[in-house]
Ligand binder design. Structure first.
Ligand code: SF4
Length: 347
């Protein structure tokens, strides 16, 4: 693993000249191809609802953002999207929504997971991205058939976390959730925003060290993009949008070099800043993409940030893995194997 100083030096190299990063990206792609292969795995993204009990200062669907038309997909819409993913050979879906912890919601998710498993003969892999929940809820969803969970820390700096969230949002609680997910058996993913107001390249280097220390299985990170009408959008960011894109690509490449066998997403936020953003993410070492399967009528209402792409993803030109299982994290599989081997050797 590179040191904090080495990571900071790469991240802090002059921005603006794409040629500076060519060697870095080529090294990351070589490592990816050698460890997890050169194909891109797909997760069909289903944005279940934009209702949220939280009020993160950067988020376009935060509770206090009154201009947002709130929606909730019907069971039929969710199941139709899941079936489309399965029939298209995607292998798995991601269910994402604002955070809700009430019984009606958690039971509904549990029921929907069971129905998605049934309609696909157990073939569809299911990832959830539904925020902080009780251990009991994580346990029930896992038992229902979910096997991956994405919970972004957004920044590993407790001070910066406190600056971009209201006082009642708790960094330590989020860490607890990440640990609980691991203990309950999930493949665990997290991620950060890149280019936040108050963020430095040293802080981004710390984010990479944090991922390594947490031994994550997957990562979804992208450039910070202001969401109009949110408190954080009024605060000046330290990097231009073009610089944030470049920094995000450097972060992907550095993460691939330090954690070669995890799954890394080429996120929609990259595409929001560049028409070839997803391609650039893959060319920097990412190996996962998430085509949006949310019904088009409500896609515009799940607007976490400005300029979020709403059109269907064009998969032409990508070496995608279709009908090829869940595309699980190799890192997770190896860790499990090591646990089994060490348990056997102690018998
Ligand atoms: S970032 Fe997530 S938890 Fe925070 S307000 Fe937005 S949807 Fe809710």
């Amino acid at each position: 693993m590179m040191t904090r100083e080495e990571l900071t030096a790469v991240l802090g190299a002059p921005l603006g000249e794409a040629a500076n990063d060519r060697e870095l990206f080529a090294a990351a792609v070589e490592v990816r191809n050698r460890t997890v292969g050169d194909r891109v795995y797909l997760r069909g993204l289903i944005e279940l609802s934009n209702r949220c009990r939280k009020n993160c200062l950067y988020c376009g669907i935060r509770r206090g953002h009154l201009g947002v038309e709130r929606y909730e997909l019907t069971d039929e819409q969710v199941l139709a999207a899941a079936e489309r993913a399965w029939r298209s050979g995607y292998g798995s879906v991601v269910i994402q929504a604002g955070e809700r912890t009430d019984g009606a919601f958690t039971e509904r998710v549990e029921r929907l997971v069971g129905r998605m498993k049934t309609l696909s003969n157990g073939e569809l892999g299911i990832t959830l991205s539904l925020g902080e929940q009780s251990r009991e809820t994580y346990r029930r969803w896992f038992a229902a058939g979910v096997h991956r969970y994405l919970l972004r820390i957004e920044t590993s700096s407790p001070e910066l976390y406190a600056r971009i969230h209201p006082a009642d949002h708790d960094y330590d609680r989020r860490l607890e959730c990440l640990r609980a997910l691991r203990e309950e058996g999930y493949q665990v993913g997290t991620g950060v925003m890149i280019g936040l107001p108050g963020q430095t390249v040293e802080s981004l280097a710390d984010d990479l060290l944090f991922f390594k220390a947490l031994d994550i299985d997957m990562c979804g990170m992208g450039p910070y993009i202001e969401a109009p009408g949110t408190p954080l959008a009024a605060v000046e960011a330290p990097f231009s949008r073009a610089e944030r894109l470049q920094l995000a690509l450097r972060m992907i490449a550095l993460l691939r070099l330090s954690m070669p066998d995890i799954n890394i997403a080429s996120t929609t936020a990259l595409h929001a800043l560049h028409p070839q953003g997803r391609e650039l993410g893959v060319a920097a070492g990412a190996n996962v993409m998430m085509p949006n399967l949310t019904p088009e009528a409500v896609r515009g209402d799940y607007k976490l940030y400005d300029n979020k792409p709403l059109q269907d993803m064009d998969l032409q030109g990508f070496n995608v893995a279709l009908d090829n299982g869940w595309g699980d994290s190799r890192h997770f599989a190896l860790r499990r194997l090591n646990v089994c081997v060490s348990a056997e050797s102690q018998k």
